[in-house]
Design a protein around this ligand. Structure first.
Ligand code: N01
Length: 538
């Protein structure tokens, strides 16, 4: 055994960094974090693909726990690029002296709960083993890259990359024939940037997507000054909102406006605001009413037809098989316009699916596309993938993979029955990916810290989600999802992108504020739904 800690944290992205800071510096615990990457940053460490940038606005896609940090850090633009967000996280790690508590280049492969000792035994890829009383997963919701199992990939004579494991030295597309597979948020960000470099780009599209222009801009000193002066109000707005975004709540149905009024409103959002305001700051029922949603979807389809000059290509780009926003809405810079370039071709995989990858390129049912580089923008085994790639075993050696065989079971996305003293930051069943991630992370970290403090004050040895409460929570998440249009799409929210994955709606769609209120209510009711013990094996 190479260490015995109060807590082991897995991951050093937004979640892991704050978890380490909170437990170590605010609570005085002995904490060790493990991180598979060579540096901090999590998703912002791995996703270095061209065009990678945040599609939430910088002024709220950041920590709120330190007013000094908030005031000191300067964001260059509304939607900063990946290197800038990574610098921010490196700055946080340095500023709060977190590096000394993180072991890098160290992948956790298994964690087993030893009931007699009340310890989690955590093993790394190199075979090192440490013990800890608390095990906290901060592995992120979108960190297990999904490279589709396409016949012949091994035989490909060119280079291929997954966007979520991008080479640190970058990739030079100059003079290359490039294929991008996937048109989710990532593919949509990468396409215009790769197109500007490559000799020719083929975009392999299985499902067309609704993308909203980012309308990015440089932050002027005056923008920054105003935001910094308003931070308490901005954070308050975010904490009291559905999505964790600091937008004024809109209480109007899209159907309450006349078609002309709606058009004016959508035009203003599309042309001036851009980004998530189109969905979260426009009308209150876009994700609840098919009729209301249709008005937004039609508006976007009209825009696509206006922008893309070739009517056939425009039609191929128009989504028709799912409501707007039922898949995570992408935000772009010049995505649709890129299909007006001579060197870009859209390939419709619905009409002609990929059959194999050959030494020279991608073969669909109808054609062979000779390529030098293939970019897989094919997403992630979301929410459960990174957890299940580790062998996590709770009481009686039961594997998390078995407990979750029918889909993830958690109470509030925080704990799993049968896995004492194991917490998941933004686990399945929490708002996480449906809301502003840094805010969701802070709320979870502080809740977990509060729970551990409570245990110390009361002399409690273990905490564990009660099975009945966890099952009721899973039912509640499902019911909440069924009241929305989210379930109308084959998205990664339901695991549809991973062949064989059980179809379960994983994030909590009831809203950040109601969720945070529920977490507080649980505490006020003596941690209702959590079971504590004073001795480990009672
Ligand atoms: O992944 P995705 P992503 N053959 O799963 C296609 C976050 N993010 O990396 O829709 C052919 O959304 C798949 O097709 P289909 C954000 O939360 C944040 O783009 O399944 N195609 C789809 O088009 C986002 O939602 C930022 O039919 C295949 C694409 O690949 C999440 O990450 C930036 C295929 C995958 O889309 C994931 O986005 C970027 C196959 N076998 C991403 N398998 C920020 O700025 C999959 N596809 C914060």
């Amino acid at each position: 055994m190479e260490g015995d800690y109060d807590a082991v944290v897995i991951g050093a992205g937004f979640a892991g960094l704050y978890m380490v800071h909170y437990l170590r510096d605010r609570m005085g615990l002995d904490v060790q974090a493990f991180e598979a990457g060579r540096g901090v940053g999590g998703t912002w460490y791995w996703n270095r693909y061209p065009g990678a940038r945040c599609d939430s606005e910088s002024y709220y896609y950041c920590y709120s726990f330190s007013p000094e940090l908030e005031q000191d850090w300067e964001w260059s633009s509304k939607y900063p690029e990946q290197p800038e967000i990574l610098s921010y996280l490196e700055h946080v790690a340095e500023r709060f002296d977190l590096y000394r508590s993180i072991r890098f280049d160290t992948r956790v492969t298994s964690a087993r709960y030893d009931e007699t000792a009340n310890r989690w035994l955590v093993t790394t890829e190199a075979g090192e083993q440490v013990a800890a009383r608390f095990l906290i997963s901060a592995v992120g919701c979108l960190s297990a890259a999904n490279v589709p199992d396409i016949a012949g990939l091994d035989s490909f004579g060119g280079d291929w990359y997954h966007t979520g494991a991008w080479p640190h030295d970058g990739v030079d597309f100059t003079g290359k024939r490039v294929g991008i597979i996937g048109t989710g948020s990532t593919g949509i960000q990468a396409t215009p940037v790769v197109a500007a470099q490559a000799e020719h780009l083929w975009v392999f599209q299985r499902t067309p997507n609704y993308s909203i222009p980012a309308r990015n801009f440089e932050m002027s000193p005056e923008d920054t000054r105003q935001i910094k002066a308003r931070y308490p109000e901005i954070r308050e707005l975010a904490r009291n909102s559905y999505g964790g975004f600091p937008y004024r709540p809109v209480d109007r149905s899209a159907l309450a406006d006349s078609p002309e009024e709606r058009e004016t409103h959508f035009e203003q959002l599309w042309n001036e605001e851009g980004g998530f305001k189109f969905i979260y700051g426009s009308y209150s029922d876009l994700l609840r009413s098919e009729e209301a949603n249709y008005t937004a979807a039609e508006f976007i389809r009209r825009k696509i037809r206006e922008i893309v000059r070739n009517p056939k290509v425009a039609e191929m780009l128009c989504p028709t098989d799912h409501p707007y926003g039922s898949k995570r809405p992408p935000v772009d810079t010049n995505y649709y316009d890129t299909f007006n370039r001579e060197n870009v071709t859209l390939v419709d995989l619905r009409a002609s699916p990929i059959e194999e990858i050959t030494p020279s390129g991608v073969r669909t049912r109808d054609a062979l596309y000779p390529l030098d580089i293939i970019v897989f923008a094919t997403g992630f085994d979301a929410m459960t993938g990174a957890l299940l790639r580790m062998d996590i075993r709770g009481r009686n050696g039961v594997a998390l993979a078995d407990t979750w065989a029918g889909g993830p079971v958690t109470y509030l996305g925080l704990q799993v029955p049968g896995f004492p003293n194991f917490f998941t930051v933004t686990g399945p069943g929490s708002p996480s990916v449906l809301a502003n991630m840094p805010l969701c992370i802070e709320q979870h970290v502080e809740w977990i810290g509060g729970c551990i403090s409570h245990m110390a004050e009361e002399g409690l040895a273990t905490v564990e989600a009660d099975e009945t409460h966890a099952e009721a929570w899973v039912d509640h998440v499902r019911d909440a999802a069924e009241a929305t249009l989210f379930i109308k799409a084959n998205s990664w929210y339901v695991g549809a992108n991973i062949p064989g994955k059980r179809r379960v709606f994983m994030p909590y769609p009831g809203g950040f504020k109601p969720y945070a209120d529920k977490c507080e209510e649980v505490v006020a009711n003596g941690y209702e739904g959590f079971v504590f013990s004073t001795a480990a094996a009672d």
